[in-house]
Design a protein around this ligand. Sequence first.
Ligand code: NAD
Length: 499
Amino acid sequence: MPKDLHHIVGGAHVPGTSGRFGDVYNPATGEVASRVPLASAEEVDRAVRTAAAAFPGWAATPAPKRAAVMFAMRELVAKNVDKLAELIGREHGKTLADARGSIQRGQDVIEFACGIPHLMKGELSPNVGGDIDVFSIREPLGVVGGITPFNFPIMIPLWMGAMAVACGNAFINKPSERDPSATLFLGDLWKEAGLPDGIWNVVNGDKEAVDALLHHPDVPAISFVGSTAVGEYVYRTGTSHSKRVQAFCGAKNHMIIMPDANMDQAADALMGAGYGSAGERCMAISVAVPVGEKAAEEIVSRLKPRVQALRIGPYNDPVADMGPLITSEAKRRVEGYIVNGVKEGAELLVDGRGASLQGYEKGFFLGGSLFDHVSTDMSIYRDEIFGPVLSVARARDFNDAVRMVNGHEYANGVAIFTQDGDAARAFANQVDVGMIGVNVPIPVPMAFHHFGGSKRSKFGDTQMHGPQSVQFFTKMKTVSARWPSGIRSGAQFTMPTNR
Ligand code: NAD
C-alpha cells in the first residue's frame, strides 16, 4: 500500500483533508510509490491564514537575522545533498549526478539571498528642500505563492522561495503533484535552519489549489514556473485579481552551429543539452540549426552515433546518461510527436521508441530520438516536446538561422556555436530571446544575474533571482521627513515645491 504524503503548514506535517489524492510514481519501475494529498480551497485558505499570522514577526526581523537563517539553510542543503538527490531521482527519474547539479543551482540562490541586508538597502536624499530628507525603503508584500513544475523540485522552489522569504515574506509553495517528496523535505530543512513556523509552507495539490491561491484576497503575489498554457492562465487570472504575477513558461531552444564551429564540441554540447534529464528541461536544446549544407552533414554525422550510444537507466545507475520520463502519459505524448514527425516528412535518423531495460520493463523509458530535415511548419518544430528528441532544422545562412529563432513563439534560451566573435555579437544583438549562450549550450544565468525568457516563454516583467527578484518580492515606500526646527510658521495652500 503506497504511503500518503502530507502538507507542511505552520511548521507541521499536516495530512490532507480533501479526500482527493494523486498517485506519485517511481518512473523507473512504473510503480505507484506514494499518494499525494490534493488540497481543497479550504486547506489553501487555512495555510494562507497561518502564513499571514506568522508574517508580521518575520517581516520585522532585522535583515541580518534573516540572512543568518539563509546561511544556516545553505549549510543544511549542502549537508543533505545526497538525500535530496535521492528523493528527486526516485520520483522524477533524473540521474543522481544531474539531480545534484540542480540542487547546486538552487543552493546558489540561497547564497545570493545571504546578501539580503545589502540587496534591500534603501535610498536617501538629504535636504531635498526646506530641510526635508527623503528616503525610500523596500518592504515585503505578505503571503506570496510559488507554483512550481515537476522538472526541478528543489531548484525552482529555491529560486523563488529563498528570495521571497529573505525579503521578509511568508511563502506558500504549491509543488508539482508528480514529485513532491523532495520539496516536502526542503520544507523540513527550512524549519531546521531556524525559519519561523508558517513562513515556508508546502501545500500540495492541482488546479483547485492553484485557483485557490490565484483567487485568495490575502495573497498579493504569485511566482509561477511551468508550461505556457498554464502560465498564461495563471498570469491572466492572478493579474485580474490585482496580484503581481511572474510566470516562466515553455520553450523551444535552438542551437545555431556556424560553419566555423568546432564540430566535435558542438556535437557534445548538443548531446548534453538535448538529452540530459531526458530533455525535460526548459533550457534543453531541442532544435539544432546548422548553417549551410557542409555544417549540416558534419553535425548530423557526429550526432547519429552519439544518440545511438545514449545509455538510459534508473536514477541510481552511475553510468546512465538519462533516466525515464516523468509519467507514462509524458512518454506517450513524446512517442506521438515521433509519429507526427515521420508523418510530416522529417527524416527519423534514430528512433528511441521501444527502449527497454531488463528489470525495469514497466518504466517510462524512451531512448534518444534524432530527426533531420525538420521544417518550421512541422509540429515537432513548433511545439515543446519535453522529451529526448532533437530536431535538426537546416538553415541556408546566418540570416535564415536568425529568422528561424525570431519566428518561433517561444524565446527562453538560444545558443550559437562559432569561433567568430563578430557573428556571435551580431547574433546576440539580433535575436529576441531571454537567455543567450555563445559556445555555452545551456545559458542558465548564475543566481546573481537574472533568469527569464521572452515572448511566450514568460509573462510579467520581472526576472527570476538576481536583483529583480527583490523588486518582485517587495514594495517600495518613500518617506519625506522634516524635523520641527525646519518648519516655517503659517499654513501653505499651494502645491509644495522645493523652489
Ligand atoms: P505544468 O504547467 O503542467 O505544471 C506547473 C504547475 O502548475 C504545477 O504545480 C501544476 O500542478 C500546476 N498546474 C498544472 N495544470 C494546471 C491547471 N490547469 N491550472 C492550474 N495549475 C495547474 O508544467 P510541468 O509539466 O510541471 O513542467 C514542465 C513545463 O514547465 C514545461 O513547459 C517547461 O518548459 C516549463 N518550465 C519552464 C521553466 C522556465 O523557467 N521557463 C523552468 C522549468 C520548467
